[in-house]
Design a binder for this molecule. Structure first.
Ligand SMILES: Nc1ncnc2c1ncn2[C@@H]1O[C@H](COP(=O)(O)OP(=O)(O)O)[C@@H](O)[C@H]1O
Ligand SMILES: [Mg+2]
Length: 502
């Protein structure tokens, strides 16, 4: 094992008990324990194998070596039985995903053509049609690995297979595909790991009729990261839609009283405003067009962007100490201006908005007590309002898309595609990373059970000894976090309960 390149290979020169002296291909001589050394398949071609199950030895160095040799030849996809492994190419490969490719994979025997997401989608579609059983495709991997891109290809292929030819208007498959750019504008952001990182989980259900045509769809989303709305740090960005709106055509910027993105506190806490290869003003136009297609009316679009702009103005409201003890007021004319503009855009009363930020109302036994908040607490309630409004806006969008696309109540067949936020670990991690990473652990557990259980059943059937199949079971981690009682979440719940009681 090597700290820089994961694994290195070589020839064993001497054996002293458990200690091996190895002459590495790199020229280095190393000593290693026999337990940390794996046999290398010397027969395997330089170009590797399309399916890992064909490797003579299925261990980590063997798997990584195979992926690396294939990647070196721009083969980014590899099978492990019926699982597809994708390695992020970090460059556009349009020839891999065009109509011609979809035609090729249509109905081709699984494994006959090169590994590809289209083959996975085709397989799910065939299984559904031939056996009348709904299917689900799980996409997992750490943040930036390529899950969302792969999901889009799966959906592209399913829309191709299940698309209905319609005369004019918007077809279901088109609406489903165009829901991606809309959700990404409001739910994706640049992180350290990924310039277009999904900050929410998504399960898309495509419903089909008896003829295998898409007849409806439902999009379920999970837990949008809220803290990002008012807190970002270098080199990250807030949600894309904020920058898009600040780069909108002049008449729209005027309408929402916006200027350059760098003027807004919620955006300028990070020095990263512009992204290489992403033009916010053309993205704005594209998002508007996608909204048209999914069926969001222009009045609704206006309302959505008013809320987005209002949040930016809200973020620029600062507070200073008021005349009464521990009270607060908008700091100066500038803050007063942003407060007024936020109220106009929200279409609410300016005074009520100010009071909701600078005061707290407590209701006890039917009586309500109004308490002043100091400037620090007022800034916190400003941020809390921004977060909650944004996450409700996102939920509203998802709902809206679902109602306009519509579900088919008679459909008995569906294919679900799960695309979640991948595992991540930053310099500072919050409760949200905790939740994201727990989701990934749970998905891993599902994967383990599904894959290894299936494999073991197969072995038992053929009376093969399977006791040597080893895998790292993450059940201990799940127990630590979510076991009842005593797990971390149960303890957190209890603490909260006690605080409320007090
Ligand atoms: N198959 C692919 N072809 C081209 N670029 C890709 C592909 N997969 C990933 N990428 C690049 O990597 C970035 C991150 O991928 P993404 O799917 O957003 O990761 P994840 O959803 O796993 O966090 C994309 O924005 C894209 O630039
Ligand atoms: Mg993603």
């Amino acid at each position: 094992e090597d700290a820089d390149v994961a694994w290195i290979d070589g020839l064993v020169e001497e054996v002293h008990g458990d200690e091996l002296i190895i002459n590495c291909t790199s020229g280095k001589k190393v000593t290693a324990n026999v337990s940390s050394v794996y046999p290398k398949d010397v027969e395997v071609k330089r170009s590797g194998v399309e399916d890992m199950t064909r490797l003579a030895y299925l261990h980590e160095p063997g798997v990584l070596r195979n992926l690396k040799s294939r990647y070196g030849m721009n083969e980014i996809y590899t099978y492990t039985g019926n699982i597809l492994i994708a390695v992020n190419p970090f460059q556009r490969l349009p020839h891999l995903y065009n109509d011609h490719m979809m035609e090729m994979y249509k109905g081709a025997e699984f494994g006959e053509l090169s590994p590809h997401p289209f083959a996975m989608a085709d397989r799910a579609y065939r299984l559904m049609m031939n056996y009348g059983i709904s299917q689900a495709i799980l996409v997992s991997g750490e943040s930036g690995a390529g899950k969302t891109e792969s999901t889009k290809m799966l959906m592209q292929y399913l829309a191709f297979m299940g698309g209905k030819v319609e005369s004019g208007g918007r077809s279901v498959q088109q609406q489903v595909l165009e829901s991606n750019p809309v959700l990404e504008a409001f739910g994706n952001a640049k992180t350290v790991r990924n310039n277009n990182s999904s900050r929410f989980g998504k399960f898309v259900e495509l419903q089909f009729d008896q003829n295998g045509k898409i007849s409806g769809a439902a999009i379920r989303t999970y837990l949008l990261e809220r803290s990002r709305v008012c807190q970002i740090s270098d080199p990250e960005r807030n949600y894309h839609c904020f920058y898009m709106l600040c780069a909108a055509p002049p008449e729209d910027r005027e309408r929402y009283k916006l200027g350059d993105a760098s003027l807004f506190h919620y955006l300028n806490q990070s020095n990263c405003i512009k992204l290489d290869g992403m033009d916010d003003s053309s993205e704005y136009i594209a998002t508007r067009r996608a909204m048209d297609i999914v069926g969001i009316s222009s009045d609704e679009q206006d309302a959505i962007f008013r809320v987005v702009a209002a949040i930016l103005h809200l973020g620029n409201v600062e507070f200073s100490e008021g005349s009464e003890a521990d009270s607060s007021v908008p700091k100066d004319d500038k803050s007063q201006f942003h407060l007024r503009t936020a109220a106009e855009l929200f279409m609410c009363d300016e005074k009520s908005l100010e009071e909701s930020l600078c005061k707290r109302v407590m209701v006890t036994r039917g009586e309500s007590i109004v308490r002043n908040l100091d400037s620090r607490a007022a800034a916190l309630s400003r941020d809390a309002l921004a977060r909650i409004v944004y996450s409700r806006l996102f939920d509203w969008l998802v709902n809206k898309i679902n109602t306009t696309i519509g579900q088919d109540p008679t459909s008995k067949l569906l294919i679900g595609v799960l695309d979640i936020y991948g595992f991540e670990s930053f310099k500072t991690n919050s409760f949200e990373q905790f939740c994201i990473n727990l989701t990934n652990e749970k998905l891993q557990q599902h994967f383990n059970q599904h894959v290894f259980k299936m494999e073991q059943e197969e072995y038992t059937k053929e009376e093969i000894d399977w006791s040597y199949i080893q895998f790292v079971d993450n059940q201990d981690i799940l127990d630590l976090i979510e076991k009842k009682p005593g797990g971390i979440i149960a303890l957190l719940d209890e603490t909260w309960y006690v605080q409320v009681m007090v």
